[in-house]
Design a protein around this ligand. Sequence first.
Ligand code: ADP
Ligand code: MG
Length: 697
Amino acid sequence: MSTVSEIFASKVFDDKVMRSRLPEKVYRSLRRTIDNGTELDLELANAVAQAMCDWAVENGATHFTHWFQPLTGITAEKHDGFINPAPDGRVIMELTGKELIKGEPDASSFPSGGLRATFEARGYTAWDPSSYAFIKENTLCIPTAFCSFGGEALDKKTPLLRSMEALNKQALRILRLFGNKEVRRVFTNVGPEQEYFLVDREMYLKRKDLIYTGRTLFGAKPPKGQELEDHYFGAIKPRVQAYMEDLNEELWKLGILAKTEHNEVAPAQHELAPIYATTNVATDHNQLTMEIMKKVARKHGLVCLLHEKPFAGVNGSGKHNNWSMSTDTGDNLLSPGETPYENARFLLFLTAVIKGVDDYQDLLRLSVATAGNDHRLGANEAPPAVISIFLGDELSAVLEAVETDSPYAGTERKVLKLGVDSLPRFTRDTTDRNRTSPFAFTGNKFEFRMVGSGDSIACANIMINASVAESLRQFADALEGAENFDDKLHALIKEQIIAHKRILFNGNGYDDAWIREATEQRGLLNMRTTADALPRLLDPKNVSMLIAHGIFSETELKSRYEIQLENYVRTVRIEALTMADMARKEIIPAVTAYSGALAQGVAGKKAADPSLTCAYETKLVRKLSCLADCADAATEELEKTVTVLDGIGEVTKEAYQVRDEVLPKMAALRALCDDAETLTAASYWPFPTYGDLLFGV
Ligand code: ADP
Ligand code: MG
């Protein structure tokens, strides 16, 4: 057995490997490219490529791929061999600098939302040196960005990198105003906590809904769900433990800092949290984590479900996106400090987040909008669809003291003067965490809790970075050229707290009264479905902000709007067709077979003894026949809504049809079939039940 430190990053071409394998001069240029984004010339790229290739071949790789994140939400790769003919008739293994830097996958089948029609048919991938190359199976994976030849982004990584750059630029302006000349870069960091379900693979294979859609479309509530709360943090079962150990090892090899694992609230639900990393690396790692979770599960006869709502009636899965900003000199800008300078800086960055979240609630909401996540948000288990920020009592009291120029208890009842007075040390509030808040301050980071479990975290972080960059831009504009910096700073923070305090809420986000208060009194947005949220992407205020920071072009936004909405429509369409198929071919036949057997039994019993009433069977046969009739009618109704959907031809209208017609008809069909399940003998039911799936591992 090797130790963790031996296997950790053993499959990553990381700094340690680079340093040991590259000539000093090449290493230093590459480091500059990684740290500052300077260009690497071709000669150096050749040297890096060959070192990468040699290392990969020594570690068992035969192929390489440009690994990228198209708008399908998963990752893509096309493998090429290192193999090349040598003059002596044998082969050499090589990778050229050109092959490292740029690739041209035949990308015509990736979603482009019309971009490729308008621009070029082909796309290209470009090496992202800030994320290390790694080996997966027999392939060296080179993380890349994916663009059209017109330069339009066709992936999730390009705008993510742009958003990090935008935030860096504006944050540096602020730091310079505070007199800081040392910091050269501001990073955003993310630690995504990943939730998932594990089910038995044999059972999974008996359910078309799980196979085609990743979630159950039918299933009566089992007698036991999560009401005893006996699963959360409970002892981990041996089979799951073996899975987690295997998973950790695979992730460690890839340099992913898998750290925490525990059982989650719902039966069969678990969580894995890594140690946080720079946002683009964290995003790459989270994509890999999801892929490897699924792969390792197969080895253990399990299936890992990453859907946001695999089972009705118990919690769904999300991803808590822990987000912070830090400098290359090691300062966390969301960490309250010791000195008046650090405190003022902290409050300014904190206020920037508050303003960003309030101004761009809609962008944050739509960044997590998918058909799957619509089942979670606002369903009393995940945060509501209304965005608000939790700060906790202590910090709220500080902001209130600043806002009202009133004495703050922690400062010996003095009125706070930012930039001059020290704030009292905040105790990191870990006891009384508000789990119902969509955007919670947790000591030195914000936790955005609305991200779906199966989704890439890129979109959410693009929008967080963009919103905060815009606040910082406005703050820097206001503060640059101020006559008295401290006075202006104090006034600015005060004015911003007043302007944006409507977004602050420390109470119970699940409470209906809050939703009413939020929407009616505070004017916050409540966008319940993807169809409601996504159109806001093209809102002029959002478009102009995202363009101004160079994060998206207008065409990119339009294409993304189309792709995301199309994805919503197609996902639900597949679900509807799967339901109709299961109802017709499995559920209704099972119900009919059982009621038929009952009826035959009645005939047999009556023949034997005409005085028997057979009241039980007769009643049940009647109920089941009626349910079968109704389920048949409901299936037809559902199919009609899909026919209408297929005739629309305009994606926004299609999304409304899905929201208003298809989904309600799906719910109606499900209710009938779930009823029938509770009345049908177990031996007749055609596939594993909720009880089997949730308690079967
Ligand atoms: P919990 O929220 O469950 O109490 P932690 O606070 O320890 O757990 O962290 C949860 C996640 O937040 C982990 O992935 C962790 O690495 C990440 N995290 C911790 N500090 C930061 C930070 N400054 N920036 C971003 N993520 C962070
Ligand atoms: Mg957490």
